[in-house]
Structure formats: structure tokens, C-alpha cells
Write a protein that binds this ligand. Structure first.
Ligand SMILES: Nc1ncnc2c1ncn2[C@@H]1O[C@H](COP(=O)(O)OP(=O)(O)OP(=O)(O)O)[C@@H](O)[C@H]1O
Length: 255
């Protein structure tokens, strides 16, 4: 099996600080992979590099074996790599339905440039409803995006990624800042996307129980470096990982 997304010796340096240090990361097509590591390990920075929000100092990024290291984030989105959670694609004064519909339509216009807008009207609407159902937002379809709760906004962001036909979803701490009541809903959304079985999901998450239940594989970063990779069980039993979190390697509180 070939990796869908892969990095080779990926490095980014801020002044004298190396935030991502020679990282070789890979995820296979349709795999659910989580990235864990203590605070400051470089997880979000790695996502910024994968999504094209940040330029690497050195090293390479490959998508389906194609070197995408110098591609802009817009071009990476077009290729099928989608990064949450930025709400950059969301129009606050449009409804949930209108937002998703626009994204579906824009994707179809890229895919089928020879068809004129309205010939795909029904198809666009059907696809929009399908996505709203998957992300549990059907009841909120007429609500303006800006009026959604924090948890609902996160669902909408996932909906936008799905609408754009994202093949690789980069989900950065989807439960961050959520109330306890909102967490199960976003979890269900992620489970629904996983169940569909046609996307690759890379998740950064601090909630260990969530990671262990959802992931096919887990990559551990520590101080910007690759520490370990394996099944959730292997990672739980890995002594180096345990030391990184609990022992002398790491002085902060485990997260
Ligand atoms: N733009 C930047 N300029 C300078 N330093 C940065 C920048 N972005 C990240 N860093 C530093 O790089 C390191 C890694 O940060 P990053 O946010 O990737 O860690 P993380 O693993 O996502 O942490 P957390 O779990 O706390 O979100 C940190 O020491 C951080 O301060």
C-alpha cells in the first residue's frame, strides 16, 4: 500500500527554535491516523506544513507521490487536502444550507466545467442535504452560520470540507473549547465520516480515550521530532512514549 500523504525529513525553524525537526510522517489512504504529543510537540505546526499554511525550511511533502512542498494551501485544497478549523470558507451571514450548497457547487464547477450552473441544481441540493445529515446539522440548515454555537460551527467546518470533496481531512483538535455537552455530537460526526469509509482522516487530539477508540494508527511527536508510530495498543504500551508523557523526558503535565 502507498501512503496518500507523506513527509520526508520535514523541518521548520523559527529563529533558533526547530518546531518540526526532520519528521517522516505518513498516512495511508482511508486510514484514520491520530497525532499526539505533549504541548509544544509540533503537532499544529506539522498540520500547518501539510495544509500549506506554513512553508517548510527543508524537507518534502508528497501527496499521492507528487511533490506538493511548494504548493499553496488553495492548490492543496483543490487536490483534496482539507484543513480545519479555520472557518475561512464560511460566510457568516449565509445560512448553514447556503454555505454548504455554495461549497458543493464550487466543487462541481471545478470538476465539470463544461456544465452550466443550473443543470446540476438537483444534484447540488441532494449532495448538500446528504452532507448536512452526515454532520448532524439538518435541523440547523436555515440558521445563519454566525448564529451557530461553537460546537455547531465545528460541524459546519467539517461539512465544508466534505462539500469540497476533501480526500484527506486534517482535523486539529475538533473538541477544543467545547462544552461537555457538545463533545458527543462532534464525535458522532467524526464517526459518521469514518464509517462512510471513503476519506483519510488525520486527527490531532488531546483526549486519549477518543484517540484510542477511533484511530487505526497513532503518530507521536515530541519536541518537534518523530517519537513513535503504531496501533493505539502499541503506542499505549510503548515505553519511550510513556517516558515522554510521564517520565523524565517531559517535565510538564501530560495532556
Ligand atoms: N509562528 C511561530 N513562531 C515561533 N514559534 C512558533 C510558531 N509556531 C509554533 N511555534 C513554536 O513551535 C513549537 C510547536 O508548537 P505547536 O503549536 O506546533 O505545538 P503543538 O504540539 O500543536 O502544541 P499544543 O498541543 O499545545 O497545541 C512551540 O514551541 C511553539 O511555541
Amino acid at each position: 500500500m502507498e501512503p496518500i500523504l507523506e513527509t520526508k525529513n520535514l523541518t521548520v525553524q523559527f529563529g533558533s527554535h526547530i518546531a518540526v525537526n526532520n519528521v517522516n510522517f505518513m498516512v495511508y489512504e482511508k486510514q484514520f491516523k491520530s497525532i499526539i504529543g505533549p504541548n509544544g510537540a509540533g503537532k499544529t505546526t506539522l498540520f500547518n506544513l501539510l495544509g500549506g499554511q506554513l512553508k517548510a525550511t527543508s524537507g518534502k511533502i508528497y501527496f499521492r507521490k507528487e511533490d506538493i512542498t511548494s504548493l499553496s494551501s488553495v492548490k492543496r485544497t483543490r487536490k483534496g487536502i482539507g484543513r480545519s478549523f479555520q472557518m475561512t470558507n464560511v460566510f457568516p451571514n449565509l445560512t448553514v444550507f447556503e454555505n454548504v450548497r455554495l461549497a458543493v457547487q464550487s466543487r462541481m464547477n471545478i470538476r465539470y466545467p463544461f456544465f452550466k450552473h443550473f443543470s446540476h441544481y438537483t444534484e447540488v441540493n441532494e449532495k448538500t442535504y446528504e452532507i448536512l445529515e452526515l454532520v448532524l446539522l439538518k435541523e440547523k440548515q436555515s440558521v445563519l452560520a454566525k448564529q451557530l454555537s461553537h460546537g455547531e460551527q465545528r460541524k459546519l467546518e467539517i461539512a465544508m470540507l466534505l462539500a469540497l470533496d476533501t480526500e484527506v481531512l486534517l482535523l486539529d483538535e475538533p473538541t477544543a473549547g467545547m462544552s461537555m455537552e457538545e463533545v458527543p455530537a462532534i464525535l458522532s460526526v467524526i464517526q459518521n465520516v469514518k464509517k462512510e469509509g471513503n476519506r483519510t482522516i488525520v486527527l490531532i487530539e488531546h483526549k486519549m480515550d477518543l484517540i484510542m477508540n477511533l484511530s487505526d494508527a497513532v503518530t507521536v511527536l515530541f519536541n518537534g521530532q518523530f517519537l513513535a508510530d503504531g496501533t493505539p495498543e502499541e503506542i499505549m504500551e510503548n515505553e519511550t512514549v510513556q517516558n515522554a508523557y510521564l517520565g523524565g523526558l517531559y517535565n510538564g503535565s501530560p495532556s
